[in-house]
Design a binder for this molecule. Sequence first.
Ligand code: DAH
Length: 338
Amino acid sequence: MKTKINQLLQEVDAFVINSKERLEQFRLHFLSKKGVIPALFNDFKLVAPDERKTMGMLLNELKNHAQEKLKAAQETLDTPDGKHTKGIDITLPAGRFKGGRHPISIVRREINSIFERLGYVISEGPEIEDDFHNFSALNFPPEHPARDMQDTFFIQKDPDVALRTHTSSVQVRVMEQGKLPVRIIAPGRVFRNEAISARAHCIFHQIEGLYVDKDVSFADLKQTLFYFAQEFFGPETKIRFRPSYFPFTETSAEMDVSCNICGGEGCNICKYSGWVEILGCGMVDPNVLEACGIDSNTYTGFAFGMGIERIALVKYQINDLRLFFENDLRFLEQFESL
Ligand code: DAH
């Protein structure tokens, strides 16, 4: 009987199941009531009593082996292309959603590349900052409201350690290294203790720009940002500057671009003004240069800062900033990028 069992084991292994017909043949031949394995079980009563235990075990192994092969073959033939057995079939066509970049990443990369073409280098700074880099060196007076608990997330109630409220802190980090001239952009995450709404979030992204050299003027600032606006929003885009105030720039301005949706005619995106505000900018305040160890009699510079979410809202005509943070696939799959 042992020889017979071994022989059948080999036959089971050698049997090729590549179709539903072969599957049925296998079942009939080995496992059906009239199959060869149940027949062996019938012969079991002829086995000498002292061999029954071992033979019983071997017989059961044979039966299990054949049943497992049948089951595996069944599963294979049930999968759509019939080639793979268990787990994920990586040869199947992908689902309807192609992986892609987040719209904030798409916009950040596009802005980065425009400034890189102008010779700007990307810089980074820490998200947890001290008061000096986030405020003091940037000429914020001690009682400035932005330092207030209501705006700033402090770390462990330490008034000197906080989540940076803007990427302008990277300006200070770069300038204090003292390698001049400086021409950097600094993309990154910033944090403000604000109520979340369609127009504001407590975490968002900015890109900071800084150019410091001898004889840098406001005309350079204008030309640089004009180039950026046309590259980003299209060659028809116009820009305008409005006077503004930031502690770290003097003079300070805000820049608007002509609304790329209505071309300046007036629509709900530009609130019927024909213009959308996209960034703050100005000439670096001499106090800031000095705080970073740069001689303000020899060097001048300009700086600008923009919110990536805000630019993405304008670019994609989106009216609720929270969509960028929810990661709803129905939203994300509408964006394509290289
Ligand atoms: N840091 C400013 C903000 O978060 C943005 C800004 C304005 C940056 C003017 C600048 C600038 O570099 O010159 O609102």
